[in-house]
Design a protein around this ligand. Structure first.
Ligand SMILES: Cc1cc2nc3c(=O)[nH]c(=O)nc-3n(C[C@H](O)[C@H](O)[C@H](O)COP(=O)(O)OP(=O)(O)OC[C@H]3O[C@@H](n4cnc5c(N)ncnc54)[C@H](O)[C@@H]3O)c2cc1C
Length: 454
């Protein structure tokens, strides 16, 4: 039986990050069943036809050239007492330390009809190929459940492919976890104008069909019916139903073991250690807490999986780094709008019982006198009692991630609103608003004024 100092179960962003740090310094194996690790974030753009599918396949060399062995199989069972992994390919491997990086799969609610052909999640190469096949075979309509970033990006892709697309979400606005309704209103209008039908504040309760899906029933009694394409008369699924309404951690390998799990995954401490010595977990399969409130929240993002894997990797080389928690800086593109959010929205904060004060600002992406200047809007959220910044949302017709990252850093450093008013910034006609005003400073000043008048 081969034995490694480190075995990683899972070859997603977490597994690859660990291989890059540890591969040349430890004897290491990364176990992964798929033919390819994927650039998941780009999957909607394959459906849209902007990218060939091969562009989303990560090269095995990312792991192999990093010095780790890539084992193309799945772990069937782990004997945590004897430190042995039983693989699907009937071999066993031993380990000194094991890292669980098994990721998450789309949550498909247990409602009638989800086993029908044409109903699927959106995570794997197979999901992407199945959707493309159905589109090519003449599907006329689609229901995308979940108006978060993945759902919105996929809905737009299917709409651009000519399908009649319905977007359903329980919340009354799109991007409900990232932004407050007024920050996504323009994007919402843009989605509707592009032909998408929105069903917000609504829930899918049943899927019907004979063999393949033909009708989707909503809680409010509405039915979405997929009609056949009369021209092709195709004998295939006339419609596609995709659940993009949250992810479920993959924790089957620890079920019945001493490795503790919670409602959102494997429980780890801030050094990514589980409840069993020499067993670690990182990425989408773990449960962790908000860096702001300390409460358990979801943070199933590659931009969380990679930093926590780095922390673990360097700790296994003798450092002592700690993971502070999720801030969930993220972004999407809806029509011509780029929308980003970080920390807590006003709605999230109020739901968590935090008294907040908000400030908004609007400038342009270039000096307004320059050709091509676009609107740039910010909403800043601060905790009224601590006066610390706890959230921000930005909408613009230009990319927003750099500004979101700046504001995430402000939140991470527990910056007070008054400190943000002193931000030192750069200005240039092609790249910013006039030196007279800065987006972040303006919003912070508004909050400070509100606080001073209380
Ligand atoms: C469509 C889509 C778009 C996304 N867009 C973004 C984005 O724009 N920005 C962002 O930050 N995040 C995005 N994400 C989320 C991001 O992809 C995940 O957070 C990230 O992939 C998590 O990395 P991971 O390594 O923890 O898990 P995964 O990438 O899920 O990898 C888990 C790995 O474990 C393997 N595995 C599971 N069980 C076993 C087993 N028993 N044996 C061996 N291997 C096993 C899996 O096969 C897989 O290789 C997106 C996700 C999707 C689906």
């Amino acid at each position: 039986m081969d034995r490694y100092q480190i075995v990683v179960i899972g070859g997603g962003p977490a597994g690859i990050t660990l291989a890059k740090i540890l591969g040349k310094r430890k004897s290491m194996a990364v176990v992964r069943p798929e033919n390819f690790s994927m650039v998941y974030c780009a999957m909607p753009y394959v459906v849209e036809g902007i990218l060939p599918i091969e562009k989303t396949f990560k090269k095995d060399e990312l792991v192999i050239d990093a010095g780790a062995e890539l084992i193309r199989s799945a772990a069937r069972k782990i004997d945590f007492d004897n430190k042995v992994v039983h693989l699907e390919n009937s071999t066993d491997i031993g380990y000194d330390k094991i890292i669980l990086a098994t990721g998450a799969v789309p949550f498909i609610p247990p409602i009638p009809g989800v086993e029908l052909d044409g109903v699927l999640g959106f995570k794997t190469e197979e999901d992407m190929r199945a959707i493309n096949r159905m589109v090519e075979n003449g599907a006329t309509g689609a229901v995308v459940v979940g108006a978060g970033a993945i759902g919105v990006e996929l809905a737009q892709a299917l709409s651009n492919k000519g399908l009649d697309v319905h977007l359903v979400d329980m919340f009354d606005s799109i991007m409900p976890n990232m932004a407050d309704p007024e920050m996504v209103q323009e994007a919402h209008v843009e989605l509707e104008a592009s032909g998408l039908t929105m069903h917000l504040g609504s829930k899918v309760v049943e899927v019907k069909g004979e063999g393949f899906v033909s009708d989707v029933l909503l809680e409010n009694g509405e039915t979405i019916h997929f009609g056949r394409d009369e021209e092709t008369g195709a004998d295939e699924c006339p419609g596609i139903v995709v659940f993009a309404a949250g992810m479920k951690p993959v924790v089957s390998l620890v079920e019945g073991s001493r490795v503790k799990t919670g409602r959102d995954g494997i429980v780890v401490n801030d050094r990514m250690e589980t409840s069993v010595p020499d067993v670690y977990a990182v990425g989408d399969c773990i449960q962790f807490t908000s860096g702001i409130t300390g409460e358990v929240i979801s943070g199933k993002l590659a931009t969380n999986a990679v930093p926590m894997s780095k922390i673990l990797g360097f700790n296994l080389l003798g450092q002592d780094r700690r993971y502070k928690g999720y801030y969930n800086g993220a972004a999407t593109k809806i029509g011509k709008y780029f929308i980003g959010g970080t920390g807590m929205s006003e709605r999230n904060a109020r739901q968590a019982g935090i008294d907040v004060v908000t400030g908004d600002s609007e400038v342009t992406t270039k000096f307004p006198i320059m050709p091509g200047a676009k609107k740039l809007r910010l909403k800043l959220v601060a905790n009224r009692s601590t006066r610390k910044v706890i959230g921000a949302q930005i909408a613009s017709e230009e990319p927003v991630t750099d500004k979101i990252d700046l504001l995430t850093f402000a939140i991470q450093k527990e910056t007070e609103v008054s400190e943000l008013t002193t931000l030192s910034y750069a200005a240039q006609p092609y790249q910013s608003y006039f030196p007279a005003a800065n987006l972040v400073v303006m919003a912070a000043e508004k909050i400070l004024t509100k606080l001073e008048h209380e």
